[in-house]
Design a protein around this ligand. Structure first.
Ligand SMILES: *Cc1c(COP(=O)(O)O)cnc(C)c1O
Length: 435
């Protein structure tokens, strides 16, 4: 299988190259030339994420060196569960797909771990001896997941740039608790400035000569493919139990998570409706209403990991479907901060469920489904553990959110981080100090 750029279907590469490059040289996103198809029976006897992953992803690696190591990669990456937990007290059958059981308590652990495991094998296959330097700018969740996934892998150093004072206190701790081959840089600036510094570093002639630079960018196809796996596993579980398709409500920002679900549905897995829940950033909802694609600056909300005004994976969706088809495949509903707050309060009382602010957008969409749809089997996708956002959640529910063991461990570690100004020279000094 080959992958081509969304901006040029003539530019084709295999999976290893698509993952190692992250973004196509023309600035486009890599998409598979075609999607393989499966039936539910193809997965008979498979229940574990790692085993389903090998089967599901193998066609994408066909003809590439990664085919030989895919089994290893999947067992390295999928070392924590994504359980489907039944909800009680809902009008119809409903479950929560808990994607927060990884090392940093958010679904980004799946993509980051698969990317790290893949790059490790790709570099071994290519006999790369130069150290890789990964730079990542983060608004909160991505940086922690990437740090955890690459921690103590001896072939790589990671620089994590985050905006001082603009992430939750526990997110900050998850970014700074590493040391060793992870360099955490607390930037005196905004997320956009962190991102600009990373872009400038990639364009800097001197740095490019000295280092092999790479990004763990969220648009890397190596982060999307593993995200398909939990949709496959959970839809098969519901199909085997009920003979009916699963319908998903997905908290969405950059559309990476929902794009994986859309691909898996197109590949023939038993999936019915897909609804994207967004926060007050309405770009996608407005597009589905008007047919006009109008990206804009993002606005800050309680569900901050979804504060995206120009969702980059839309380029992948539009490479797959025209507007009429997109309208057939997905719906999108925007949820504002006031509704997020009320939903967290209400469902803690009535369902005994504590949502993170992102997951609360999906719950809000669920409760407003038309009555005739509430009899379908719905899956609310839970993208982060509420304890990660205790500063928002606890005042709303007036109780402490229990901290999962993985998060508790990171919260107990000492911090290793350096404060820097939001300028490229400050970043360069840090990079040079380490080698
Ligand atoms: C990143 C993130 C999202 C948004 O996912 P996309 O793939 O960008 O749509 C939602 N919730 C949480 C907790 C996240 O960290």
């Amino acid at each position: 299988m080959l992958f081509h750029s969304t901006r040029n279907s003539e530019h084709r590469v295999g999976l290893s190259v698509a993952i190692a490059q992250g973004i196509a040289p023309d600035g486009g996103l890599y998409v598979p030339e075609s999607l393989p198809t499966f039936s539910a029976q193809d997965f008979d006897g498979l229940t574990e994420l790692a085993d389903i992953a090998v089967k599901l992803i193998m066609p994408f690696a066909a003809g590439d060196a990664m085919a030989d190591s895919l089994k290893d990669i999947c067992h390295d990456a999928f070392n924590f569960p994504a359980p489907l937990v039944e909800l009680h007290g809902t009008p119809g059958p409903a479950s929560v797909l808990e994607l927060f059981h990884g090392p940093t308590s958010a679904f980004k652990d799946f993509g980051a771990r698969f990317l790290a495991a893949s790059l490790e094998r790709i570099r071994a296959a290519n006999q790369s001896s130069r150290k890789l330097n990964i730079l990542v700018a983060t608004s909160g969740d991505t940086g922690g997941a990437v740090a955890a996934a690459f921690y103590r892998r001896p072939w790589v150093e990671v620089g994590v740039l985050y905006p001082k004072g603009l992430v939750s206190p526990r997110q900050a701790q998850q970014l700074a608790c590493w040391g060793d081959n992870i360099r955490t840089l607390r930037v005196n600036g905004t997320f956009d400035e962190c991102q600009r510094m990373v872009k400038e570093a990639f364009a800097d002639v001197e740095l490019r000569k000295t280092y092999e630079l790479s990004s763990a960018n969220s648009i890397n196809v190596g982060r999307l493919l593993p995200q398909m796996v939990y949709y496959a596993r959970s839809s098969l579980e519901i199909w085997r139990r009920t003979g009916k398709p699963a319908n998903y409500i997905i908290p969405s920002g950059n559309l990476g998570n929902s794009m994986a679900c859309i691909w898996v549905k197109a590949m023939g897995l038993p999936i019915g409706k897909i609804i994207l829940a967004t926060n007050a950033n309405r770009t996608i909802a407005d597009f589905l209403d008007s047919g006009e694609w109008r990206p804009r600056a993002s606005i800050a909300t309680l569900a901050s990991a979804m504060d995206v005004g120009n969702p980059s994976n839309m380029e992948r969706l539009r490479a797959l479907y025209n507007f009429t088809q997109i309208k057939e495949q997905i719906a999108a509903v925007s949820v504002d901060d006031a509704a997020i707050r009320l939903r967290i309060k209400h469902d803690a009382q009535v369902l005994k469920q504590i949502w993170c602010p992102h997951t609360a957008t999906a719950a809000e969409v669920y409760w407003h489904l038309p009555a005739d749809q509430q009899t379908l089997h719905w899956v609310l996708v839970s993208t982060a553990h509420p304890a990660k956002f205790n500063d928002i959640v606890e005042p709303l529910i007036n109780t402490a959110v229990p901290v999962p063991p993985a998060l508790a461990k990171l919260l107990s570690l000492p911090q290793h981080q350096t404060d820097i100004e939001a300028q490229l020279p400050a970043l360069k000094v840090q990079l040079q100090a380490s080698v």
